[in-house]
Design a protein around this ligand. Structure first.
Ligand code: DC
Length: 221
């Protein structure tokens, strides 16, 4: 048996976190949602009105941020913020914050420390390319645009019933653009990643495929 790192990358609302969480559970691995880290940093910046174009202010703010995960999700300076980071306000700002070089360096260094003992599934945008370029299994998850819009809409409607499908679609398109065109660590498929389009797959089917891939590597002696 071999301990491995599994990197799952893709655009938002492709179902990365659902797959990553279930896969980690099946394998007895730790799951880390790297997007939650960027969201928690964004929440801190919004609460403290940090000017994103002021490098010194950004660095100082990062010095005051401590992130960790417990059984309920991410904590920002010990405060559980898993619900607070999933609002439209944070979603609208997070691509801009996560495009900053200082923010990325801060988050990537922590993510790499979390993975030193392997047995980890981490999802995000740059996990297979920048955070763990040596990851044994890299999955690049995709889904058709209409499917992604519907998923995000269903998710957000519960908390914000007034939200429209058009707003959700526009927010996704805007974030896709920012995430894939930013200067530092943009989203791209690693050359050695396996692409999985889950538009026509049930959760069970996509989990079975990913688990098969993982077990082939874990059981290699
Ligand atoms: O996966 P998510 O939608 O919760 O991610 C929130 C934002 O964080 C997303 O717009 C892109 C950014 N992100 C990133 O830049 N790198 C990662 N590894 C994970 C997320």
């Amino acid at each position: 048996m071999k301990d491995i790192i599994i990197a799952i990358d893709g655009f938002s609302s492709t179902g990365k976190s659902t797959l990553a969480k279930q896969l980690a559970q099946r394998l007895g691995y730790t799951y880390i949602d790297s997007g939650a880290m960027y969201r928690a940093i964004t929440l801190y910046f919004m609460r403290h009105d940090i000017a994103l174009n002021n490098q010194e202010e950004v660095l100082l703010a990062l010095d005051h941020i401590e992130l960790h995960f417990d059984e309920n999700g991410i904590c920002l300076n010990k405060e559980p913020v898993d619900a607070a980071i999933r609002t439209m306000e944070v979603s609208a700002k997070v691509s801009e914050v996560s495009a900053l070089e200082a923010v990325r360096k801060f988050a990537v260094a922590q993510q790499q420390r979390m993975g030193v003992h392997k047995k980890m599934v981490m999802d995000g945008r740059d996990i297979g390319t920048i955070v763990f370029p040596e990851a044994e299994l890299k999955i690049y998850l995709t889904a058709d645009p209409e499917v992604r819009t519907q998923r995000r809409y269903d998710e957000l409607k519960i908390k914000s019933p007034e939200i429209s499908r058009q707003e959700v679609q526009a927010n996704l398109a805007h974030r896709d653009h920012l995430d894939s065109t930013r200067a530092f660590d943009p989203l791209r498929k690693a050359d050695d990643a396996r692409e999985l389009n889950n538009s026509g797959l049930s959760m069970q089917e996509q989990l079975d495929i990913a688990e098969d891939w993982a077990l082939q590597l874990i059981q290699q002696s």
